[in-house]
Write a protein that binds this ligand. Sequence first.
Ligand SMILES: [Fe+2]
Ligand SMILES: [Fe+2]
Length: 382
Amino acid sequence: MRFPLPEFVGNALEHAQVFDPRGHTRNLRVYKALAGPVLRGLIRKEGKQGDTTVMKHESTTTFSWTYLRDRPELERLTKAARKGQWSPEDLDWARVVDPEDPACELFSDEELPLSEIPGYRSLSAKRQRAQRADMLSWMLSQFLHGEQGALYAACQLTEAVDCFDSKLYGSTQVVDEGRHVEVFCRYLDEKLEKRYAINDNLFVVLDAVVNDSRWDLKFLGMQILVEGLALGAFGTMRNATEEPLLIDLLGRVISDEARHVHFGVVALQELYRHLSPSELREREDWAYEVCLMARNRFLAHEFYEENYGHAMSLREWDRLIQGSRFMARFRHTLFRRIVPNLKRIGLLSKRMRPHYAALGLLDYEFGKAAPDLALQELLDAA
Ligand SMILES: [Fe+2]
Ligand SMILES: [Fe+2]
């Protein structure tokens, strides 16, 4: 007779890979900082337990009484951000998006990992189209949840940072992130009519960023890692879809995100020059652990449960998705923005290089921080 496993054991088994010590930094300080987020995200699945998740944490508010404007690069970025503002109403929401219409192809098979799943190949064209639309909803839902995290992180950063130019820039980012939450939510609700819950691993990263009391880790986690990942993912999706409203939406969001990433680089480059070796080591290991989670763990389990949970084991699903050509391409685009920025802020040290090399990520170290599109134009105009 088989007894059902207690839920938390099942959840731990689902994420067993995360507890495998191979390839990790073994930095106990970093493990301590990430233990709470891992417990809440992977074991308790707090992101899926109701309509809200409340995070109580220590926060810092730093008033600046000098109001000193001594960072010309940030001043220029703030001007660029104000010039680059747009409204969700500027998008053509009247455009019809019908995932069931063969003439309205949201994504082709080549752009998704589904065609590498045997069960998908035996479906009717109509069911395949429906699953492609669901996979798009899953991805856009994760963008939406990530944007909500970015909104709160931007609020916290604006409050905590001591540099007045950073506070003024941060105020523009808060407006940007609010707009991003609105447009992704509206696209999902009105055009795809479906939303997925937050991925457990994304929850861990957002929890780690929001709950850590050190403001530079919020910068590192949100501006460099999450926003860098988002830039890669948005760019991939924009190139893959033929749907005009989505192309327009993503193009506008990408130009905002390029500024946000640039802000993180400018702020941290200066700060990380003055950290002690042990403080710097902790940041290096923390960033690497978060990269590892992003690289190995965004495997659409919420989509799997709905569509393939009855047909194959989770392990089999992970194996198929991780080994797919799509994931190989996707990892490439995800990290081509992050790795150059880690190098710029001084976290791609000699000690860390073999770790990134083992993941095949060092190829990107001389790449661009953000797409030229928008950022340079805006900076030049400001
Ligand atoms: Fe955003
Ligand atoms: Fe952002």
